[in-house]
Design a binder for this molecule. Structure first.
Ligand SMILES: [Zn+2]
Length: 544
């Protein structure tokens, strides 16, 4: 063990292994009662005294416990859950907690819709394993929901699991042999955990980790289980393990600085503070080429929000519609779309989105959607991309096509002329355009579209306070590399406040920790501009 200030090499090495596992998004998370709705410091036994009536679990008590917790969020934000979102993505979570806080505070803000199972429903997971089609949380003791309803029997089941040789226990063994498990918020010496750890974690083919808050740091190896003693709270640990993540504000903290100065910050939730005028970017995806097809992660795309109202969708590649639907109802889809180019990961869902939107807007008596694109992209989209529906709907009947000529005047997105867009041509294997976006004549965003590193293009887009740029490894003529973007960014005298990289693929493919650039992250809101709204504008709903 080392005292504070000293470096413990064993601990450092273990944390590096953990960090790599987090990047791959294959780590299984096990959450204990220190990260739950129970008043802290809680023990596992407290769950039962809190929720049990004479002979069974009382779901009403369980619900109330959770409701009280959620009500108190305003005064005391749930930092552990915020930290879990910072820490990484966990497609499989096991927990002894009976509340639904993970679903509500970790999944929902990220647009994740998952499934809750009990221990005795593990066969559902086992039959699909290792292909999880959606995120799964295994509630070892159940919860108050209908699907994973807790009973006294589920408690016994969990205790029996550690001694049994049944199907569930064998699946647990397999799981622990194949995946690393990170235990957070549980005391490894508590009898139930210690028997589970001994049975499944200490004698497996894979290394597992349990994090124990301690004043003296160090690692204690128990077979294949590393007990990490760290003197950090969960938010600090999350920052340490995921340095590319910005500290996230808790979901209840919706305060926006009342300044007319442009401001870039990052949030999990959208903003709609009365009296404030806020423009944000919501990242819908960061996938490249085949990402959506091979992994299910959406292609790179983003939506511009004005006081939480979507005003511009940028690119509708494969997987983007689903991602958009997580935060925007179909009737709120923006009035304008910009399509950078005709690759499937940027325009693949255009026929479906345009077709659906056109019909909905027609029914609602709204004008056609504005489809913005560069001059050389117009024909590929209109004739080729939309040819599949040419006999049903003509391209000119389903959208107003606005050609954004880099040499011409900017195009206004809205009738009140708040937002205008100036296209810039990028360097790609087929014609492709990025843009500069202005709000009330102030430049707020520079976007490259898919592009190789091109100083002339970069000079234009880096004049904006916030830059979103295509980047990946390795560098090619058609896609800039992380190093090229970072080197250019560092070489500029006048630097943007933030340079976000998108189009890199999945989180695991963002392989740089260069601090000059930041990973654009699906589900996060990035504030482009905020100021006082002295003259509240009419929204499209309010104008007529
Ligand atoms: Zn492309």
């Amino acid at each position: 063990m080392s005292s504070p200030g000293q470096v413990n090499q064993g601990l450092l090495a273990a944390l590096r292994v953990l960090r790599e596992a987090l990047k791959e998004e294959k780590l299984v998370l096990f959450l204990g009662e220190k990260i739950s709705a129970l008043p802290q410091p809680a023990t596992l036994g407290d769950w039962w005294t809190s929720v049990q009536d004479e002979s069974d679990v009382n779901p009403e008590k369980l619900k109330k416990l959770e409701e009280d917790y959620l009500q108190r969020l305003e005064d005391r934000p749930s930092l552990p859950h915020v930290a879990l979102r910072t820490l990484g993505r966990f497609p499989l979570i096991l927990t002894t907690n009976m509340d639904c806080l993970v679903e509500r505070l970790v999944w929902a803000p990220q647009g994740i819709v998952g499934e809750a199972l009990r221990i005795d429903q593990l066969n559902l997971l086992a039959s699909a394993w290792p292909n999880l089609h959606h995120d799964v949380i295994v509630k070892c003791f159940g919860d108050s929901s209908l699907h994973a309803r807790a009973t006294v029997a589920t408690k016994q089941r969990m205790e029996e699991l550690c001694r049994s040789d049944g199907e569930e226990a064998r699946f647990f063994e397999q799981l622990f042999n194949e995946r690393s498990v990170l235990f957070l918020g549980c005391d490894p010496d508590q009898p139930l955990y210690s028997s589970a750890l001994q049975r499944f974690a200490e004698n497996s083919k894979t290394r597992h980790f349990v994090v124990v808050p301690a004043r003296q740091r160090g690692v204690e190896e128990r077979g294949s289980l590393s007990v990490l003693h760290v003197e950090l709270d969960l938010p600090s640990l999350a920052q340490l393990l995921n340095p590319s993540a910005k500290p996230l504000l808790p979901p209840t903290d919706m305060t926006v600085p009342k300044t007319t100065k442009a401001n870039t910050d990052v949030k999990q939730g959208g903003d709609n503070t009365p009296g404030c005028d806020v423009i944000q970017l919501l990242c819908l995806g960061t996938g490249k080429g085949t990402t959506a097809v091979l992994t299910g992660e959406p292609s790179s795309s983003m939506v511009v929000l004005h006081n939480s109202r979507p005003v511009l969708l940028v690119d509708v590649g494969l997987g983007v519609t689903q991602s958009l639907l997580h935060s925007v109802a179909p009737e709120k889809f923006p009035d304008a779309m910009f399509v950078t180019h005709n690759h499937s990961d940027h325009a693949g869902e255009l026929p479906l989105v345009l077709g659906g939107t056109a019909q909905r807007r027609l029914l609602a008596g709204k004008p056609r959607v504005k489809l913005l694109c560069g001059p050389k992209v117009l024909e590929p989209l209109k004739i080729h991309r939309l040819s599949e529906m040419a006999y049903q709907m003509k391209p000119d009947d389903i959208a107003d096509w606005l050609i954004c000529d880099p040499e011409g005047d900017p195009i206004y997105l809205d009738d009140v002329k708040n937002f205008k867009l100036q296209a810039v041509e990028s360097q790609h294997d087929i014609p492709c355009y990025g843009f500069l976006l202005y709000y009330k004549d102030e430049l707020i965003l520079g976007f490259s579209g898919d592009s190789g590193f091109n100083p002339e293009l970069y000079d234009k887009i880096f004049s904006a306070p916030t830059v979103v740029v295509d980047g990946r490894t390795p560098s090619s003529q058609w896609h800039a590399s992380f190093d090229e973007i970072s080197a250019y960014s560092k070489s500029r005298e006048k630097k943007p406040r933030a340079v976000y990289v998108t189009g890199y693929g999945t989180a695991a493919e963002y392989t740089t920790d260069d601090s000059a650039i930041t990973r654009f992250e699906r589900g996060l809101h990035y504030t482009l501009w905020s100021g006082e709204n002295k003259c509240p504008e009419l929204t499209s709903e309010g104008t007529n």
